[in-house]
Design a protein around this ligand. Structure first.
Ligand code: GDP
Ligand code: MG
Length: 443
C-alpha cells in the first residue's frame, strides 16, 4: 500500500541528500523529481503533485536552513509541511454521544466500516448502536444485522421498509438510550441524482455531528469528483479510506481529501471488525518521510494491553526506570504483530525500514535486552544512572554480552525516557525534539 511504497521512495530520495548545510539548486531539483515520481506512482493527483513540487522547490532553495539542522532535516520539514497541506489536519472525534452518518458508493466498504466504527466506540467505553438505512441493496439488512450479531453490536433495522428517512427516525426514537448512533446508508454504483437526494433527506432528518465519506483505496482519480459531489450536497466532516491493506496505492483517495473541507478520520486495514485505525496525518507523514509514529503506537498500546502491563501509572508519575522498560518489552509481545508495532516506533539505532531479516534481528534484540536486564540488580534497574563502567562490565559478563551492547541498551533506555517525557508534556508525534522545534512546536 501507499504507506510502504511511497514511504520507502521518499525516504530513499531524502537519504540521497548529503549531510551538508547547503542545498544547491541542482540537488533540490533532482530531489523534487524523485519525490514527484514517488507521488505519481502512488496515484496522487497530478495537479496536487505539481503544486506540491513547486512549493517544495521554492521553499527548499529559498528558505534558510535553520542553524543546527542539516539539509536533509530542512527538506524533510518542507516535504512534511507540503504533504500536510494536502492531507489536511486530523479530524477531532470526541468520545461522547453523537450521531454519525456514513456515505459513499456501493462496495466502498460502508457497511463493514459501520460495524468497525461501532466496535471502535465500544472499545472506548461508549454504547454505540448501528442503524441500517440501506433500503436499496438487496440483502443489506441481513448483511449488517449478521455482522452486528456476530460482534455483539446493537442493531436497528426494518426489513421490507423502503423509506430510509422513516427508518432512521424510528431507529433514533427506539434506540434513544444509546450514545453513539451510526447510520449505514445506501450506495450506488455511480454518483446518481437519486443517491444524492436521499443523502440530503437523511442528512436533514438526522442533523448528524459527523458525515463520513467512505472511499476505497483503489479508487484512483475519480475520487476527486466523488468527494466534491458529496461535499457540495451534504458536507463531509471526515473521510475514511478502506482497503489500505491491499495492493491499492491509495493516492487517489488521499488526494480527494483536499476536495472536502475535512481530513482523514480513519483508515481500514482489513476485512475484520477490528481492522480500523484512527488516522493521524502528522504521524502518517512522519512515517512517510522516515520518522517514527509514536502516537499511533500509543493508541494501539492503549487499546490492546492494560495500563498495568505498561507501567503507565509509574510513567505518568514521571517514573521510568529500566524496570518499567522491562515491563514494556514484555507487553510488546502481547500487542502482536511485533513487526507493525516496531515500524511505528522511532527506534533510533534500529533503523526505520524493517525487512523481515531486520525484524527478526530486532525481535532478538529485545530478547537480548531482556537477558541483559536480568543480569542487573534491582537497585540498578530502579536507578539506571548508577550504571557506571565497572557495573556495565559486570552486567556484560553476567549476561554473556559485551559492554557495547549494554551501553546500547542504556542509550535506548534514555531515548525512550526522553520520548515519554515529551508524551507527559502533552502532544507527542514521535518526532525527535529538534524536528519538533522546526515544526514550531512547544517542546
Ligand atoms: N481487505 C479489506 N476489505 C474490506 C475493507 N473494508 C471493506 N472491505 C470489503 O469490501 C467489500 C465491500 O464492503 P461493504 O462494507 O459491503 O461495502 P458497502 O457497499 O459500501 O457497504 C466487502 O467484501 C468487505 O469485506 C478493508 O479495509 N480491507
Ligand atoms: Mg453496504
Amino acid at each position: 500500500m501507499i504507506l510502504n511504497n511511497l514511504g520507502s521512495s521518499l525516504k530513499e530520495s531524502l537519504r540521497k541528500l548529503a549531510r551538508s548545510n547547503k542545498i544547491d539548486k541542482r540537488t533540490a531539483e533532482e530531489l523534487v523529481k524523485d519525490i514527484q515520481r514517488a507521488l505519481l506512482q502512488a496515484d496522487i493527483n497530478v495537479k496536487l503533485v505539481m503544486k506540491l513540487s513547486n512549493n517544495i522547490k521554492k521553499k527548499a532553495i529559498k528558505e534558510e536552513v535553520i542553524e543546527g539542522f542539516d539539509a536533509r532535516e530542512h527538506i524533510s520539514r518542507v516535504v512534511y509541511e507540503e504533504l500536510a497541506n494536502i492531507l489536511g489536519r486530523g479530524i477531532d472525534l470526541e468520545l461522547k454521544g453523537q450521531t454519525i452518518m456514513m456515505v459513499g458508493l456501493q462496495g466502498s466498504g460502508k457497511t463493514t466500516t459501520t460495524a468497525k466504527l461501532a466496535k471502535y466506540f465500544q472499545r472506548k467505553g461508549l454504547m454505540p448502536v448501528v442503524i441500517c438505512a440501506d433500503t436499496f441493496r438487496p440483502g443489506a439488512y441481513e448483511q449488517l444485522s449478521q455482522l452486528c450479531n456476530a460482534n455483539s453490536i446493537p442493531f436497528y433495522g426494518e426489513k421490507g421498509n423502503k423509506d430510509a428517512v422513516e427508518i432512521v427516525k424510528n431507529g433514533l426514537k427506539e434506540k434513544k438510550e444509546y450514545d453513539v448512533k451510526i447510520i449505514d446508508t445506501t450506495g450506488r454504483h455511480a454518483l446518481e441524482k437519486e443517491l444524492i437526494a436521499e443523502m440530503e433527506d437523511i442528512d436533514k432528518a438526522l442533523d448528524p455531528e459527523h458525515k463520513f465519506l467512505v472511499m476505497d483505496a483503489a479508487i484512483g482519480q475519480e475520487a476527486e469528483e466523488q468527494a466534491r459531489a458529496f461535499g457540495e450536497s451534504i458536507g463531509i466532516t471526515g473521510v475514511i479510506i478502506t482497503k489500505l491493506d491491499g495492493t491499492a496505492k491509495g493516492g487517489g483517495a488521499l488526494s480527494a481529501v483536499s476536495e472536502t473541507d475535512s481530513g482523514i478520520a480513519f483508515i481500514g486495514t482489513g476485512e475484520k471488525v477490528d481492522d480500523i485505525e484512527r488516522f493521524d496525518p502528522e504521524g502518517f507523514i512522519s512515517r512517510l518521510v522516515g520518522m517514527g509514529d509514536l502516537k499511533a503506537l500509543m493508541e494501539r498500546v492503549e487499546e490492546s494491553i492494560t495500563p498495568e502491563d505498561m507501567g503507565v501509572e509509574e510513567v505518568l508519575k514521571g517514573k521510568f526506570t529500566l524496570k518499567e522498560m522491562y515491563k514494556q518489552f514484555q507487553a510488546i509481545n502481547k500487542i502482536g504483530p511485533l513487526k507493525q508495532v516496531i515500524q511505528m516506533i522511532p527506534f533510533g539505532g534500529f533503523g526505520v525500514d524493517i525487512t523481515d531479516k531486520d525484524y527478526n534481528m530486532t525481535k532478538n534484540k529485545l530478547e537480548r535486552y531482556k537477558v541483559i536486564m536480568n543480569s542487573m540488580t534491582d537497585f540498578e534497574l530502579e536507578n539506571p544512572s548508577v550504571l557506571n563502567g565497572s557495573r556495565i562490565r559486570r552486567v556484560a559478563v553476567g549476561s554473556g554480552s559485551d559492554t557495547n551492547e549494554v551501553k546500547e541498551l542504556i542509550r535506548y533506555y534514555r531515548m525512550m525516557k526522553k520520548a515519554l517525557g515529551a508524551l507527559k508534556g502533552g502532544k507527542i508525534t514521535g518526532m525527535p525534539k529538534n524536528l519538533m522545534k522546526m515544526f514550531g512546536r512547544q517542546v
